[in-house]
Write a protein that binds this ligand. Structure first.
Ligand SMILES: *[C@@H]1O[C@H](CO)[C@@H](O)[C@H](O)[C@H]1NC(C)=O
Ligand SMILES: *[C@@H]1O[C@H](CO)[C@@H](O)[C@H](O)[C@H]1NC(C)=O
Length: 401
């Protein structure tokens, strides 16, 4: 049994977001420039916490089942298998044989609890991924079609751009090649005009058969067709705001590279599978602006669904994920502005003295957070040890009886 994205709920194949870290507001904004060093430290620490917790879009499949999915290349994905010490094997679509344990593949990491993390999967990694438990029994099997994000066909309804048309192939029996759309993601802003996107994957369907992701259908065969590509469609949206005061706030200093005159900013917690928005001077950087060629001062990276932004101006940028404020990117001051900043500094030192208390409490909160995290982790380990010694003890009791 396979599960397609459209029928995923009915057939039990599901996608979720892991490690969705929600913490109380760490830093109030806006903040004076003088706090930027402090904030860089905060950023580093928080990035560390995030990397410890992990943050991945996760695909799961019911125990003992086989699940079929189309996904995008180049975007990290987590394949779930709940079996500690499990071994993974894969069989690539390009005809490569069964590999010995997946451990040898550089962009695939096996987690202790049994799942695997694929970092920037390649289209050539399309194939079958099988999780085998310690006893050699198959736990789950995923058939994943990593569609080439480099060929993503992007259209905006507001600009009257149409998605790809259905086409008929003649591989033998008038197969239909079409885009199977995922549901629309949430609107990226609330209370004001926003944009939302949805992803569509290439599927091939034989008459009266179930559709199959294109490359999984074709196997090792190669089809030279301009229709063989994933899609992303964007449209305008306007939704009410829900009140929520839980926010993740990150800060970063960025510097334009001398060679390209630009910098790449990455929105933490953002993903091609979730709504992301970038703002500069409270003006949203829209897909409409980019796709119509109006906005040339920034570039939303299509292959990350807009999670990454290329900027050419040393301005302040903010990003939001699922309408929650995620990060603020301050430009690093350059030499020209240094003098101005030095003069500013005197004034700001005074201010800094006043806000020291505030910063201090930020650090205290952060320390507390790290401490709580460590304590929770340790108590988890202790609890596990305790439980296993308990169960050993009860086994012993049974033996004595
Ligand atoms: C790989 O697969 C081919 C065809 O399926 C088979 O003939 C060959 O023996 C296999 N090689 C290995 C090393 O298993
Ligand atoms: C394309 O084919 C799919 C699958 O059969 C179908 O659901 C969809 O309505 C078709 N779209 C158009 C524009 O004909």
């Amino acid at each position: 049994m396979g599960c397609t994205p459209v029928h995923s709920a009915a057939q039990g194949c599901s996608m979720s977001v892991m490690g969705d870290l929600t913490m109380s507001r760490v830093v109030p904004s806006p903040l004076p420039q003088s706090q930027s060093t402090m904030l860089s430290i905060l950023w580093l620490l928080l990035s560390f916490v995030v990397s410890l917790l992990g943050f991945y879009v996760s695909i799961s499949c019911p125990h003992g089942k086989q699940c079929q999915r189309a996904l995008l290349s180049n975007n990290d994905i987590f394949l779930h298998c709940n079996s500690p010490g499990a071994q993974w094997y894969y069989f690539l679509q390009d005809g490569t044989n069964w590999s010995s344990p997946i451990r040898s593949v550089s962009n695939i990491e096996t987690m202790p609890e049994g799942s695997i993390l694929l970092r920037s999967p390649l289209p050539s990694q399309t194939g079958m991924y099988t999780c085998i438990d310690k006893k050699g029994i198959q736990v789950v099997q995923y058939e994943i079609d990593f569609q080439d994000v480099g060929t993503l066909h992007i259209t905006h309804r507001g600009l009257g751009q149409a998605p790809l048309q259905n086409e008929t192939l003649s591989l033998g029996q008038k197969e239909l090649i079409f885009t199977q759309w995922e549901p629309w993601q949430d609107c990226n802003r609330c209370g004001e005009p926003g944009e939302r996107k949805r992803l569509g994957y290439c599927y091939i369907q034989e008459p009266l058969e179930k559709p199959t992701p294109c490359q999984l259908y074709l196997g090792s065969a190669i089809l030279w067709s301009n229709r063989m590509r994933p899609e992303m469609q964007i449209e305008a949206c306007h939704v009410q705001c829900k009140t929520s005061d839980v926010k993740n706030v990150f800060f970063d200093n960025f510097e334009l590279s001398e060679e390209s005159g630009s910098a790449w900013l990455t929105c933490p917690f953002g993903s091609i599978y979730r709504p992301v928005i970038w703002e500069s001077n409270s003006t949203p950087l829209t897909w409409q602006g980019q796709l119509s060629g109006q906005d040339v001062s920034t570039v939303l990276d299509p292959s990350s669904g807009g999670r990454r932004l290329q900027v050419f101006q040393p301005a302040i940028y903010r990003c939001f994920v699922q309408q929650e404020f995620m990060a603020r990117f301050n430009p690093k001051p350059n030499l020209d502005t240094l003098e101005v900043l030095l003069r500013e500094e005197a004034r700001q030192q005074q201010e800094a003295r006043e806000t020291w208390k505030e910063k201090d409490s930020i650090l205290q909160k952060l320390k507390l957070m790290l401490l709580v995290g460590t304590v929770l982790g340790l108590s988890g380990v202790l609890l596990k040890l305790f439980c296993s010694s308990q169960s050993k003890r009860s086994n012993q009791v049974l033996l004595v009886k």
